[in-house]
Design a protein around this ligand. Sequence first.
Ligand code: AHR
Length: 521
Amino acid sequence: MTGIRVRSILAVCALACIASFATAQSGAAVNVSVTVHANEAGATINPNVYGQFAEHLGAGIYEGIWVGEASSIPNTNGYRNDVIAALRELKVPVVRWPGGCFADEYHWRDGIGPREKRPVKVNTHWGGVPETNEFGTHEFMAFAEMIGAKVYISGNVGSGSPQEMADWMEYMTSNTVSTLANLRRQNGRDQPWEVHYFGIGNETWGCGGNMTPEYYANLFRQYATYIKAPPGHRPTIVASGGNDESTRWAEVLTTNVERDLDAISHHYYTTPTGIWKQKGNSIGFGEDQWISTFANTMKIDEYITNNVRILEKNDPKNEIAFYVDEWGTWYDPEPGREPGFLYQQNTLRDALVAAINFNIFHDHARRVQMTNIAQMVNVLQAMILTDGPRMALTPTYHVFHMYIPFQGATVLPTDIRAPTYSVGKTRVPSVTVSAARDTSGNIQLALVNLDPNREARVTTNVKGFDAQRATGRMLTANAMDARNTVDAPSDVKPAPLNATREDGALVLRLPPKSVTVVQLQ
Ligand code: AHR
């Protein structure tokens, strides 16, 4: 497997390459060699690996996506024009909604029918603010259609019932003349919607009900029984799994559930400190937290590996996928902002976190068939930050855009020899890599230079393909915490980067602290 090959070389490098590259001085370029095996094919990268998550949380939905038809912010039927246009550019494959923790207190009937008559609830998880239910099932489905994404609905197990969940499915997907299907028609939608993915609860180990895996496994069996859709339209059913290093949920679910289980979800958030009560700041950090953020985010590789090992044991035919349906950075709240809104700045560091994770997800493409970054707009590691009528595309947005060619591509094995980058006792590889053959047959190469001080001189050897050139885009900035704002929206943006031929080899010069995606020709 590609991932194993990459990891083993890195592991060797963590020890041996330190010696071989020990001569590299601070500021001097480090030498890296990458071999791409273009004549060997790995797994296909499911486009859903580039999925997103949008929860009723802070300004994620209200203000971030939905402003209502009466708003002075330019909108189409209530959806902000600027945000919709930017998301369409990103080719978002799938959106998970309405939560998160919010999902297990969400009652779908509150969000249908005339908006002025919808009940106002309290968003108990996120700031205790009023939830007007203005954005409900019809609004979400229309949003997904506007940006061209598939839908992933998270159902309420924690405070809902199997009947309520079954009714929601019927409301959304029934093509009969049942009372619920007719209610949908009365509310303005004649044709049934396609529900592509349906989650049975969220974080049932915590905000979704504080359950044990054994208890939840039984509930999953019960709730999933009643997820019904017209023939040929059954959604992929997702079980709520574990988080961080936990493998127990994968073990219990795969041994206690015999049917309906198509995927198991897993959550992992990256903090700079690794300490939940004091996570670290989104800006103004030092190199110690630059590197610790990367070291922490890379733990996901081991967490996925351990869970996949259990799936391989209990599901050798690979019928159950592993979805990382919440991931990304989580920092301390911004001073002066409501802590429950999870609004945070997004910098070059976040861009590198995104790319490092993509390179890892590709290594596990066989099982990891969906991931959903948390979250889409204005919440945690967002693509877009809005400020009244204006918005800024974050560095994370640009990385998602640069990686579009990897959607649906076939992984190509790579070997990398890269020195270790270290600060104090924290050590990470200085460069990570991923290669794939895209759906048009072109070879794409993604590289992250984690070292903020040194250029990486990458000599690229492509087996089975006579690579003469490489052209693409690179993202970097002057500062580790460089970011875009509504006043300076283009401080961090991709620039062209091409390979040179040096002594017969294809050489890429990666600036310090950068993400690069090039196409080999
Ligand atoms: O993304 C924010 C929250 O993080 C989600 O609501 C929850 O599932 C997770 O704990």
